[in-house]
Design a binder for this molecule. Structure first.
Ligand SMILES: NC(=O)c1ccc[n+]([C@@H]2O[C@H](COP(=O)([O-])OP(=O)(O)OC[C@H]3O[C@@H](n4cnc5c(N)ncnc54)[C@H](O)[C@@H]3O)[C@@H](O)[C@H]2O)c1
Length: 371
């Protein structure tokens, strides 16, 4: 993504406090508002601009105002065993539900070695990585996935059927940062297109397929086309079979099943956010969380050493011509975190306008921003 003029770097803790007050202003209880703000600012600090402050207005603020997202969260465990639980989130704040569900999985894994929590009727839980990292911080392997509004077509299809369905792993290592593979099963996800649309930039060919199989690259138009049913995102691997698009398609399908079938929750077009008359309704999203206690298998220090050695060997391997370095997953996020500590996080002009509008509407004039 090209850096555009008008970009402002803002201290992360200022934005975090502001977002907490925005959530409180919308009726989210203080402790839960702190969690929501933490998930969003963590995205920005990790360099995941598509899922931080830029999502505050369209995905949370507007949905609470539209009455399709409940600011008060009821986290109900509807079924459980020693190593499993099914949770109903009752359309509350997905950030809070995700965090509590992974914490529950961690507690159960501490006793059983491995545990899984399946959630239904949640809402958008932000970056999947936030929740997976909770397990890594507890010395465990964290795995999470979620379904989402339909936007992705199956291989050989052009209809938006599944969500961008991330499947995310966080694995502790002996390095300064964990292994963190946190990404969608589609080539791109809506948030990145939203950022490009805000910047007035086009997308590369191959990310999106139109109903006649044509490439679509106009970011703003595509966001509307996906809703109108005339465009769909392409799965990891690309269009058709040549570059193995069916692999991303298969992973997306597995995430869709794990996010709905165990908890008997909603899937695919049930998550379109509209009723038959086109009125806005909640997105009753499903997630799953798996925590694997490393200590149940081997000495945690030995595990971390092996995991770290694998990553170091990969980074030290022979580079392709012209490449400066080889990364491992989670490394760029670690570098972004170091940058955020020094420089703050970047906000584009459109997001700045949204921040100012929310400040005005909620009477939060005590917050002064450098824009
Ligand atoms: N809640 C939802 O509904 C939802 C849906 C889709 C995506 N998301 C979130 O959006 C975020 C971004 O997703 P995305 O698909 O755009 O991710 P992405 O394509 O930017 O990929 C990010 C991942 O790839 C790794 N990576 C990047 N470059 C690398 C390299 N050269 N070598 C090795 N690893 C490398 C990163 O460390 C990170 O793990 C994620 O946090 C994801 O959880 C959320």
């Amino acid at each position: 993504m090209k850096q555009e003029k008008g970009l402002k770097w803002v201290k992360a803790d200022l934005l975090e406090r502001f977002m907490k007050d925005v959530f409180k202003g919308l009726g989210v209880p203080p402790a839960e508002a702190a969690v929501c703000a933490d998930v969003l600012i963590t995205a920005d600090k990790l360099g995941i601009e598509s899922h931080g402050v830029s999502r505050l207005k369209p995905i949370y603020y507007d949905r609470i105002k539209d009455g399709i997202l409940s600011p008060r969260t009821r986290f109900e465990i509807v079924r459980q065993g020693p190593a499993v639980a099914v949770v109903d989130g009752h359309n509350g704040m997905g950030h809070v539900i995700g965090k509590r569900a992974m914490e529950l999985a961690i507690r159960k894994a501490r006793r059983c070695g491995i545990a899984m929590v399946a959630v239904r009727n949640s809402t958008h839980y932000g970056i999947a990585g936030y929740h997976a990292l909770l397990a890594a911080k507890a010395g465990m392997i964290g795995l999470t996935g979620t379904n989402a509004r339909p936007s992705v077509a199956p291989t050989f299809g052009v209809e938006a059927m599944m969500g961008t369905n991330p499947i995310t792993f966080a694995i502790p290592t002996d390095e300064k940062f964990p292994f963190l593979l946190d990404c969608a099963t589609s080539i791109t996800q809506r948030g990145k297109i939203e950022v490009l649309a805000k910047l007035g930039q086009k997308m590369p060919k191959g990310w999106v397929i139109g109903s006649r199989g044509e490439a679509k690259t106009d970011s703003l138009a595509v966001l509307n086309d996906i809703i109108a049913g005339t465009a769909a995102l392409v799965t990891v691997g690309g269009i058709g079979e040549e570059m193995a698009g069916y692999k991303g398609y298969g992973y997306a399908t597995a995430v869709e099943i794990l996010s709905s079938a165990l908890q008997q929750g909603a899937y695919m077009k049930m998550l379109s956010g509209r009723d038959a008359k086109g009125r806005k309704i909640p997105y009753p999203i499903g997630h799953f969380f798996i925590a694997i206690d490393v200590a149940a298998f081997t000495a945690p220090a030995a595990f971390k050493r092996t995991a770290g050695a694998i990553l170091r060997e990969l980074r030290a391997s022979k580079k392709m011509p012209g490449a400066r370095r080889i990364y491992t997953a989670g490394e760029k996020e670690h570098l972004a975190l170091l940058r955020a500590r020094k420089k703050g996080v970047p906000l584009n002009e459109e997001t700045q306008r949204e921040v100012l509008a929310m400040r005005e509407e909620l009477g939060l004039s005590k917050y002064k921003f450098p824009f």
